[in-house]
Design a protein around this ligand. Structure first.
Ligand code: GLN
Ligand code: ZN
Length: 768
């Protein structure tokens, strides 16, 4: 059984790539220096994988910034705004496409960035013209394959397939059928594959769109494309991979396809094994994705081996390959680098290196007489012990949490009154003007704040001194907001490094890694918390600072919480129970916090859910159930509040077009959404679907250092007021302001307040 990997984390154990990229961006490292760091990392990662027992090491999975960007550049897909004359892209062009760097012709925007399937990895969206031409103008992946070959490895080239490349792209102007570009794209792919075949015995095309809904009329062109590419790749064998979901509904796309192998994600859908096995052409191998590439838990070797046995029975052992379910990009590098984890919990985990070893172990154990080999038998026994310890561990189950979730009753999902009845009570309690102004929660995390928090974490600053510092920051934030004339204030979140980590640290059932970094986009990494056991709230999490901030002002201060779906989406979640069970527990913990905030005099509470949309399944038809459950958990968290208490939510950088009814069902009194770049586009969907509650459209882009004028924001507000009844309209920025500096934020917010006041005055003149 050949073992392979679909990709390895790019950053390096010590985030060497991040450091090098930042130095390159700052101009302290030259291009050759960056290329050296990249080449070293690739070599190190191939060594790690090969040493763990991976037969085919991936090339092409590495990228300086993003693999979709690399492919666009490789095929000369460069939007007109970059003024590129064709031919190979130089380094400057690459960064301008990635980051919108200033070029000779002024500032150009970067390619749009969006989430890669249902992961928290963001890719750069290629833009296609209806008459787009494609040519192989680069050599990156070819050079990497040559590097791997020269270093003595057996490389497998890995790249997104043509259907995924086109479907995940955007249309440069008016929408058109991007798949119609397939015939133009194929010659460039064919040429690339033929060249790769000189160094790589296998070439993997990732087509995760196979797990989504593909239009029926795409069947023939997709099959023709893959068939042609399998020919172009010869003598290399083509591996068609469908990670991140199930392709059970799209089997006709792959049935009897003359490819070398088909890779399926058996973590996401174990039941597709038998179906996929039946759909294979006689010469085609099946690659079993049995090790979870998306999570940090050890494989259950016994369960995986029984799947392998089933597959071997159907296809014979020689037609099987073994791999993680998807690229290990979404996993931290090496568990052995963790020094602070509880040893018992650590024994349940596997990071990328360990996952490669697990692939090897399963392959060895499944080989004839393999399980009889002492080292294999030992490793299997050790795996079983770890699983037994995990299943039996008293740290997983908390009887009180179980009793509580079982006792959740229908009335707990409902506010005491409907929005129409709540709104006047809140107006009475809060005394807000028309079009109230507010912010999304965080204020600039100044170098001083970051350094002080880091000192406190390292133990160099006593808790009392740190607390005093944080309170000073909160007091300053309140004073600034009062001076700006904002209507609903926030405490500014100076104590929070990350909106999920902060809550994870206060909840039971979570633990934290030291080095568990995962690439989010480009040079940005996140360190998701790990949820290993039942979740509960040992005590208040945000009350102290909220109450302190409220004590400083007569204006209402918004309590600031992260919602259950977002905490779930941005953590490594336990895999021994359905995700929904875990989220329900989180929802109850958030509910307790809402109740406490209210009891302590906080009259406005925001529950952020920016991660709700991305947690949706790959297929549209599975959304309904999934969304309903997510909405229920938001409601469970919020509905404990009295009618007079105003509940806000915030969602951003998500496509609302198809989910407005569900967002309405969350029944938040006010929702804030990002809307400035698209000049209020989301409001059209809200208006069309008759969204009933209040909305705060984002009036300024928090990703840009630019200060928008009052006129500009007034204009946006007028557009908003044309779509949404001004009585239900708020004014706020797109998102939190933590990445900005005060010298941008202060004038921007002053202009925002001025814009709201002008429209307010005008509407008052009209008798509103
Ligand atoms: N309250 C958070 C903040 O202001 C919300 C961030 C987000 O939506 N990602 O930072
Ligand atoms: Zn946001």
């Amino acid at each position: 059984m050949i073992t392979h990997s679909l990709g390895f984390p790019r950053m390096g154990l010590a985030r060497e790539l991040k450091t090098a990229l930042e130095a390159r961006f700052a101009g302290t490292l030259d291009a050759a220096g960056l290329a050296r760091v990249a080449a070293d990392l690739r070599l190190r990662h191939w060594r790690l994988q090969a040493a763990a027992g991976i037969d085919l090491v991936p090339v092409g999975d590495f990228s300086l910034y993003d693999h979709m960007l690399d492919l666009a550049v490789l095929f000369g897909v460069v939007p007109a705004r970059y003024g590129h004359a064709g031919g190979p892209a130089d380094e400057a062009l690459y960064w301008r496409m990635a980051r919108g760097e200033a070029g000779t012709d002024g500032r150009v925007t970067a390619l749009e960035m969006t989430k890669w399937f249902d992961t928290n990895y963001h890719y750069l969206v290629p833009e296609f013209e209806p008459d787009q031409s494609f040519a192989l103008v680069g050599t990156t992946i070819l050079d990497e394959a040559a590097q791997a070959r020269a270093a003595g490895f057996t490389p497998k080239a890995v790249l997104p397939g043509p259907v995924t490349f086109l479907m995940l792209g955007a249309c440069a102007g008016e929408p058109f059928d991007r798949l119609a570009l397939l015939p133009r794209l194929l010659p460039a792919y064919s040429q690339l594959l033929a060249k790769l075949a000189e160094t790589c015995p296998w070439i993997e095309l990732d087509e995760p769109v196979l797990c989504q809904d593909l239009p029926a009329d795409a069947l023939a062109p997709c099959r023709a494309a893959w068939t042609a590419l399998a020919e172009a790749a010869a003598p290399a064998r083509l591996l068609l991979a469908a990670p991140y979901g199930s392709l059970a509904h799209n089997l006709d796309f792959v049935r009897d396809l003359p490819v070398g192998a088909l890779h399926i994600d058996l973590v996401r859908d174990p039941s597709q094994l038998a179906l996929a096995a039946k759909a294979l052409a006689p010469e085609t191998a099946l690659s079993l994705g049995l090790i979870d590439g998306r999570n940090i838990w050890r494989v259950d070797a016994a369960a995986a081996l029984s799947r392998i046995a089933l597959a071997a029975e159907r296809l014979g052992p020689r037609r099987l390959m073994l791999a993680p379910s998807c690229s290990l990009l979404h996993c931290p590098v090496d568990l052995e680098a963790e020094t602070d984890l509880d040893p018992e919990i650590q024994s349940w985990m596997a990071f990328a290196v360990q996952k490669c070893r697990e692939v090897r172990l399963l392959a060895d154990a499944a080989a004839p007489s393999g399980a009889g080999r002492p080292e294999v038998a030992d490793a299997l026994a050790e795996n079983r012990r770890a699983w037994e310890s995990r299943r039996a561990s008293p740290r997983l189950a908390d009887a009180a949490v179980r009793r509580r979730t079982a006792a959740v009753s229908q009335d707990m999902f409902h506010r005491p009154a409907a929005f129409a009845a709540r709104a006047p009570l809140q107006a009475e309690a809060l005394q807000l003007p028309l079009i109230p102004t507010t912010t999304i929660g965080s204020f600039p995390q100044t170098p001083e704040i970051r350094q002080t928090r880091a000192k406190f974490r390292r133990g160099e600053l006593a808790a009392a001194a740190y607390e005093a510092f944080v309170r000073g920051q909160v007091a300053e934030a309140v004073a600034r907001q009062e001076a700006l004339g904002l209507d609903v204030l926030v405490h500014g979140e100076p104590e929070r490094n990350d909106m999920v980590e902060f809550f994870g640290e206060k909840l039971a059932g979570f633990c934290f890694t030291r080095n568990g970094w995962v690439q989010s986009y480009g040079s940005r990494c996140v360190k998701p918390p790990v949820i290993y056991g039942d979740v509960s709230r040992p005590g208040p999490m945000t009350i102290g600072l909220a109450v302190f901030a409220q004590s400083l002002t007569d204006k209402p201060v918004k309590g600031m919480l992260t919602g259950p779906s977002t905490i779930l989406a941005w953590s490594f979640v336990r895999d021994d129970q359905p995700r929904e069970v875990t989220r329900r527990q989180i929802a109850l913990a958030v509910r307790d916090e809402v109740a406490d905030l209210e009891a302590q005099g906080i009259r406005v509470i925001q529950i952020d859910e920016p991660g709700l949309r991305e947690g949706l399944p790959l297929r549209r038809r599975d959304w309904e159930t999934s969304l309903a459950l997510a909405v229920d958990d938001f409601r469970l968290a919020a509905a404990v509040a009295k009618a007079e208490t105003q509940i806000h939510t915030h969602m951003c950088y998500a496509d609302f077009d198809e989910i407005v009814p569900e967002v309405a069902a969350m029944d938040a009194d006010v929702i804030s959404v990002e809307a400035s770049r698209s000049r209020m586009a989301p409001l059209a969907a809200f208006a069309r679907d008759g969204y009933p509650n209040a909305i705060g459209p984002g009036l300024y882009d928090i990703h840009s250092p630019r200060v928008p004028s009052a006129e500009e924001m007034e204009d946006l507000l007028r557009r908003a007021a044309a779509l949404i009844d001004p009585a239900r309209l708020w004014a706020n920025p797109d998102c939190g302001l933590k990445t900005r500096a005060w010298d941008e934020v202060t004038p921007s917010l002053a202009n925002m307040v001025a814009a709201a006041r002008r429209l307010r005055a005008q509407l008052a003149g009209q008798g509103l």
